[in-house]
Design a protein around this ligand. Structure first.
Ligand SMILES: Cc1cc2nc3c(=O)[nH]c(=O)nc-3n(C[C@H](O)[C@H](O)[C@H](O)COP(=O)(O)OP(=O)(O)OC[C@H]3O[C@@H](n4cnc5c(N)ncnc54)[C@H](O)[C@@H]3O)c2cc1C
Length: 392
């Protein structure tokens, strides 16, 4: 039986980042991942660092938009975290934070943008509302059809393939033990902590952090708990390198699913939340472990939105499309904190955890070390405690 202070389940961005902070603070930490580290959503995503309120919060009415306002406090911390991350980890993450636009091309969308920017300014996010000409003065590649844009000078992007290896290396250097290709299949509460295992491996841990992305509900189920996180399958596309088109900013759309950015090599990454089709298990559930099926209408819809927003992208060849699985919670906010009815059992998942993951991993590690993190109160699993009132 191995022993550690904290067992982290899941070696994506969130698990590896939390392990690094915990180990650096002196805890003995073991991280297990079912596959190789970073092959989940953390290594498949669009790499957007988006700090403006996300479109998905705006399209469901005012109540959700008001709720999303609360994420701005986390976003403001995430801006600082990302600005210092390459130095802190001693790694090149290709972080570019040269600004981001969220554009509008109808009067209704402009009104939505105005309300959004008002909320953001009220919560202290650095933001400007620009008209179409002002936006094109900074970003001449934008279509003449763009009527207005929210401009966040701190937005940008980073390399999703670099982040997990960098956190994993830092965690190892800080003393954490990282075990890959080990799918946790048992977990139970015992006096003074938890016993967990996978095959021949048995681990006794004082605390457990379930950071398994779309698989977090399965980890919680091992402990007889519900976690209101659901797998969603998304689409990503990348073009060939462009020698002429320069898109130095993150580009999103307030009324359409779109995110665009250019890599250092010149390729344009195009995504923004277009769906793919999740695989099914034999008994009819969704299987996040199988690559989702690409939906042709998503592909054409995504590329159409890209061309309408940045017309010059039409001259580039698409070289690859892929699908990936991430987790969304019942209220779209992240779920981060200790499960009230099972002290010592923590969850960190959901939300846009490329952008916010470094921040909520840092805060949850701090809280697990006994230093309260009041910034996480609004994302605590406590808001879903009713689901577990018959469990545990
Ligand atoms: C296509 C796509 C585009 C996205 N774009 C963005 C974006 O631009 N910006 C943004 O902020 N967010 C984006 N996201 C979301 C973001 O990628 C995720 O929120 C984030 O990576 C989640 O990290 P994680 O560490 O929680 O989970 P993951 O990276 O999914 O890691 C979970 C890990 O748990 C492991 N695991 C599963 N079951 C077990 C088990 N039983 N035992 C042990 N280990 C287990 C898995 O192998 C996996 O490595 C995107 C997601 C997708 C799919």
């Amino acid at each position: 039986m191995e022993r550690c202070d904290v067992l982290v389940v899941g070696g994506g961005l969130v698990g590896c980042a939390a392990a690094w902070h915990l180990a650096a603070a002196g805890a003995s930490v073991t991280v297990v991942d079912a596959a190789d580290f970073g092959l989940g959503a953390s290594g498949q995503n669009a790499g957007s660092l988006h700090f403006q309120i996300e479109r998905r919060f705006l399209e469901q009415g005012d109540a959700l938009a008001r709720q999303a306002e609360q994420t701005i406090a986390l976003s403001r911390m995430a801006i600082d975290d990302w600005k210092g991350l390459e130095v802190a980890l001693g790694a090149d993450l290709h972080v570019v934070m040269d600004g981001g636009f969220m554009v509008a091309d109808t009067p209704e969308q402009v009104a939505m943008l105005e309300r959004k920017v008002e909320r953001e300014l009220r919560e202290g996010l650095r933001m400007r509302l620009l008209d179409g000409d002002e936006a094109r003065a900074i970003a001449p590649y934008l279509s003449p059809s763009i009527l207005a844009a929210g401009y966040a000078p701190d937005e940008g992007h980073a390399d999703s393939r670099a982040i997990v290896p960098a956190y994993a290396d830092a965690a190892r250097r800080a003393g954490a033990r990282l075990i890959s290709r080990t799918r946790l299949d048992r977990l139970q509460r015992v006096t003074g902590g938890f016993e967990a295992g996978a095959g021949d491996l048995s681990i006794r841990a004082g605390q457990v952090l379930a950071a398994a992305g779309a698989w977090t509900p399965q980890i919680c189920a091992l402990a007889n708990l519900h976690a209101p996180l659901y797998p969603v399958a998304l689409l990503m596309n990348v073009t060939e390198r462009s020698r002429t088109l320069e898109v130095p900013h993150l580009v999103q759309h307030v009324g359409r699913r779109l995110s665009m950015k250019q890599t250092g090599a010149g390729n344009i990454l195009i995504g923004g939340g277009w769906p793919s089709r999740l695989a099914r298990t034999g008994d009819g559930g969704f299987d996040p472990g199988v690559r989702p099926e690409l939906i042709a209408d998503s592909l054409s819809g995504n590329l159409r939105a890209a061309i309408d927003t940045v017309p010059a992208v039409a001259g580039l060849n698409l070289i690859r499309s892929w699908t990936g699985v991430t987790a969304v919670s019942a209220d779209q906010l992240p779920v981060v904190g200790e499960v009230p009815r099972m002290p010592g059992f923590w969850i960190a998942g959901g939300g846009s955890a490329f952008t916010l993951g470094p921040t909520f991993a840092r805060l949850v590690a701090q809280a697990m070390g006994g230093i309260p993190a009041p910034e996480l109160a609004f994302v605590s699993p406590a808001r879903f405690e009713h689901l577990n009132s018959f469990m545990g």
